[in-house]
Design a protein around this ligand. Sequence first.
Ligand code: PNS
Length: 172
Amino acid sequence: MKAAIYPGSFDPVTFGHIDIIRRAADMFDELIVSVLDNTAKTPLFSVEERVKMLRDVTKDIPNVAVESFQGLLVDYAREKDVHVSVRGLRAVTDFEYELQIAQTNRLLSKGRLDTIFLTTSLEYAYLSSSSVKEIASFGGDIGPCVPPEIAERVYARYRSGSVRPEMEEQHG
Ligand code: PNS
């Protein structure tokens, strides 16, 4: 049984993430989408909300499980006995950041955790959770970026007035 982990912040999940999830789920027997519970960042959605949203949008893919993790990816992967991490590469600007994570994980895991990259489908190449949040915070249309049920939740969060976009994390 070949399993892989797709780790990320998913704040919120976008069509770009869903594209990677579908394609990776086709390649592995099991794909564990794992939301990083990072106390250092100030996300728009709690980790529980992000897990729920990911479960909603992947409910039709039987071999996808959604979880969260804290701490190092290599420790989490070892606990799960998974040896592959999947990441999406949108453009050359992602490359250095992704290479650093992948190399660090190989080093920390003594070669036991490898990373494979899927090139994001072209229509999502410039999509990011950060731009989704910025567009929504100014009342723009995020319909092309996220499924309708996610868009509703993002708009609701900004309507509630409890968020200042400049407080949010920048990457992804
Ligand atoms: O969606 P993101 O924010 O680009 O995902 C980044 C993520 C979650 C893959 C990365 O930050 C991560 O794995 N963090 C866990 C901590 C860790 O293992 N760090 C060592 C590798 S740099």
